[in-house]
Structure formats: structure tokens, C-alpha cells
Design a protein around this ligand. Sequence first.
Ligand code: PMP
Length: 316
Amino acid sequence: MSNPFKSEGRFVQKIEATPLVEVRLEPGGAGIWCKLEFLNPSGSTKDRIARYMVEKAWRDGRIKEGGTVVEASSGSTSIALAMTCAQMGLKFIAVMPEGVSRERQLTIRAYGGRVVLVAGEEGIHGALRKAEELAGETGALYTRQFENPDNAEAHRVWTGQEILRQIPGGTVDGIVSGVGTGGTIVGLHSAFSEAGCEVTPFAARPVRGSALQELECCSFSPCVPGVVEESVSKLYSEAKLDGLVELDISDDLVFDTARKLIRQGFPVGPSSGLNYAAALEAQNKLGPDARVVTVLPDRMERYFSTELFGPLNGES
Ligand code: PMP
């Protein structure tokens, strides 16, 4: 059967290279090389992995026309898979904990996807169990973003190669990303290392801000959707990230930085604030001549009802 990505008459959006731009928030401050992944068709970097994982499964014969894809994700991966499946004529089931915003659920349904909710207190682990169960019952392709090597591979062979072509001089000294599945940092680190760069990987970790820090010193903050405590991800915990540096960034700084990026015309969500703030620290550690790259993963419109827009929500 022909690959639906190639078949005539089906609209399959080409994912073009996203821009890589040097972003300087303060005059005279450091410039960070930012990959504008929020410009992907469904609004996030997860378009890359959705497309790569599903197309690979199609080529390997693990899914056919009319088949079903299932994934446990409350965020961008579900939206990206819903869009990809709509384009390929596949069905999609998103398993997510209750409490996920109405906008996200509606976006998935609008693409023809089905949303299955698990009790909020079961969290991501409950969603992972349910996705496994549904895949077993229905024979659906379970993309398993937390352990599927094709997730990191998408960034190694695709996003990473774009960055190497785009960055002046073709070398990268530091790569910075928050970790959800770890696919971004693992894939980009491999791409740059294999290209001969002496690159330091920096994992950005959101922590509770000043008000709570004394009570709960340095504890992980769930303020950044998509970024989790790394224990959930096999892909990340089993990866070899030589010289990995972890950077704790307070949630106050995460939001402040995301708002500054938006004010400069980059319509991004909280994870971009985390990544950019951490990239500034990485630049400090590596020195002013180092080329530090980060990713601006998704768009601000997904966060209108969240703390990111708190200061604006009350304004007339
Ligand atoms: N989703 C969003 C919205 C993010 O901002 C991030 C952080 N870069 C991630 C997911 C994590 O990416 P990955 O799963 O590749 O680690």
C-alpha cells in the first residue's frame, strides 16, 4: 500500500525548517541561538516526533490505512499526533489525566481524535497504563514517546541537522533543554557530538520559586507543562549524555523570561522561558564566545488560562 505521506489528493503538510535566530533579551546581554519550534504546523516541536514515529511505523508495516494510533500525553505530543493522523487518514486516541484544559481536548477532537481521561490522581502513570491496555485491546500502534528511540532519532536526523546547517560556523558548544521525554536533548546532543562538536548538554529543571524555596528546598516545580521529573522517561534515563549539567531554574524566572520573550515578539509558552533562562546560565558557564543553542518548543495560545498570563488577565 502506498505511503499516505506521498499519495496524491491527500493534504500532508510539509514540515519546513524552522528558523534559528540569535535572541538577545537585554541590550549588551548574551545572545542565545533559539530554534523557533513553535512555528511547526500544529504549534510545537512535537510535530517532528509525531511525523517521524508514525511514518517509520508505516514504512515498517506496523500500521496501515485506517489503523489507530494511541499515546499517553496531556500535551503537545497528543495534539501533534492528532494532526498527523488526520493528515494520514488514521484514527487517534489520546489518553490523558482529567484536568487537562478544554482547549487541548477540543483541539484533539477537532482533528478527529478521541480523548480518554483517567482520574487526575493517577497522573501520567495512570495514563501510561491505560494506553498500554487500549493498545492491547484494539491492536492500535502505541507510539510510547517515553521509550521510543524514534523520538530522539527525529531530533538527531532532522532538527539537529537543520541547526548544524543554520548556525554560523556549523558548531555548537552547549545544548539546553527542559526534559519531558528527553527526546529533544538526547537527539540534539547526538547530532552535535556526531558532527564533531565538543558540546555540553544542559538539562533545565524548573524548581519552586523564592516564596516556597525555604520550605521545600529545590523541589521540582510542575509549572512547565511538558517538563517532568526525569524518572518517567526510559529514553532519558538510559541515554549517554556525557558531561551532563543540570540547571535549576525558579518558576518565577521561568514565567518572567517567557513574558519577556513574548514582549519581544516570540509567542511562546512557559517551557521557552525555562529553556532560555537556563541557556543564559549555560552561556555564563561556557564563556561569552560559546555558541549555546536552545529550543522554543511551543506557542503561547495554549496557556491563556494559566499563570503565564496571570498579570494580564486582570487588566482592562
Ligand atoms: N513539551 C513541551 C511543551 C516542552 O516545552 C518541552 C520542553 N522542551 C517538552 C515537551 C520536552 O521535550 P522532550 O519531550 O523532547 O524532552
